[in-house]
Write a protein that binds this ligand. Structure first.
Ligand code: KG4
Ligand code: ZN
Length: 369
């Protein structure tokens, strides 16, 4: 069982694992997006109140949907950090109580480790493509979420070396802030992706855009920067890009057409930098697997453009992306990472984990080790 309450989703999942195969029996997520949207971001104490209200019904539903009784649960896993302390406290306290009452082993999981292991969850697309549910090492993981942008080198399971990271805003944070500048709503990632998607506008929308584009006959040259794309390291910086979008809005009419242009150009700028640095990491570390993880991995353009680039430059490298259901915050990914931790534990470590309900503490700044 996985429990996740690090930010604004209350999530509980039951998974069944055998060998390398992790199957999701239930994956219940209660999202607080509507509550936080009016504030333009997550309010920690409001999040904690919502987690407290929702976690037991979510837990009950996850067990029911999986057709599992408490006696059928073998291992309880919970996000220990990083995240918002008021929010983490709710999930960890519920997990500790369950472990005590049900007499089960308990593991605290790093949220990003969960995002990474979401790549090993079985799903229809992976079954269809006959994809192996394992990592070949060394592996490079591009972690892109609301709080993190990192390139992580894995030489074996559960072993992480951060070889590049953002010096300021995370990629998801930049999406959220730019969406706010453009008045596109919260969370910004899906809103920007939708605004930037001009593949299939319906007829009415197309006519409206054509009318508006007639008002701006020449496409404005936006010239958004690709920060640090040529720097001699694997780090990122997105706060200047966000400011460049803000300045660009000063010179443009706030029409839907212009907002879509900006959204598209901003999304492309982010993708260009993320892809370029991932290719740079591939050149240095010669990985056998390259994967995406974190909420921004739901971005279709990023998924497809990274795939195309890897096919061209590193055709022998396996490319892994999580099923979009497991890209953004969920508890199945926490259970998946917990299962891999359990698989790699000694008998003594496993025995000890039955007493973890006594000592587990949430940690807002937990480091990926
Ligand atoms: O991993 P996640 O669900 O939560 C954190 O751990 O932070 O990531 C949330 C972030 C938000 O910033 C959200 O705007 C972004 O992921 N996101 C996206 C998309 N879906 C979610 N960004 C770009 N394109 C998307 N389709
Ligand atoms: Zn996350």
């Amino acid at each position: 069982m996985g429990i996740e309450t690090s930010c604004d989703e209350t999530a509980v999942s039951v998974t069944e694992a055998r060998g390398d195969n992790i199957k999701v029996l239930s994956n219940i997520i209660s999202s607080q997006i509507k509550i936080h949207a009016q504030w333009g971001g997550v309010v920690p104490n409001l999040a904690a109140r919502e987690h407290l209200k929702n976690i037991i019904p979510v837990l009950e539903l996850a067990l029911k949907k999986a057709g599992i009784k408490p006696s059928g649960v073998d291992l309880i896993t919970v996000t220990q950090g990083p995240g918002l302390i008021p929010a983490l406290l709710i999930g960890t306290n519920v997990a500790k109580t369950l472990a005590y009452v049900w007499k089960k082993p308990l593991l605290g999981i790093h949220h990003i480790e969960g995002h990474i292991y979401a790549n090993l969850i079985q799903c229809e697309a992976k079954l269809r493509k006959n994809q192996k549910l394992s990592f070949e090492f060394p592996a490079i993981c591009l972690v892109v979420s609301g709080g993190h942008t990192q390139l992580v080198l894995m030489k074996k399971h559960l072993d992480y070396e951060i070889v590049g990271e953002t010096l300021d805003d995370a990629a998801g944070e930049a999406f959220d802030k730019v969406a706010r500048i453009l008045g596109l709503g919260y969370p910004g990632g899906p809103a920007i992706a939708a605004a930037a998607d001009d593949r299939r506008p319906n007829a009415e929308r197309r006519r409206k855009l054509q009318r508006e584009s007639a008002l701006s006959p020449r496409e404005p040259a936006l010239g958004l920067p690709r920060p640090m794309i040529n720097s001699n390291n694997l780090n990122f910086s997105f706060s200047g890009l966000k400011t460049a979008v803000l300045y660009a809005t000063y010179n443009l009419q706030p029409t839907t057409y212009n907002k879509r242009l900006l959204a598209k150009e901003f999304q492309q700028a982010i993708a260009d930098v993320l892809i370029s640095k991932t290719l740079k990491a591939a050149k240095i570390y010669h990985p056998k697997t390259i994967m995406l993880a974190g909420g921004v991995s739901a971005n279709i353009e990023l998924r497809n453009q990274l795939r195309n680039n890897l096919r061209r430059h590193y055709p022998d490298t396996t490319y892994k992306i999580p099923d979009t259901r497991y890209s953004t915050d969920n508890a199945a990914m926490i259970a998946a990472a917990g299962y891999w931790r359990w698989k790699n534990m000694t008998a003594i470590q496993r025995k000890k984990s039955f007493s973890n309900w006594k000592i587990l503490q949430p940690d807002a700044n937990l480091k990926l080790k």
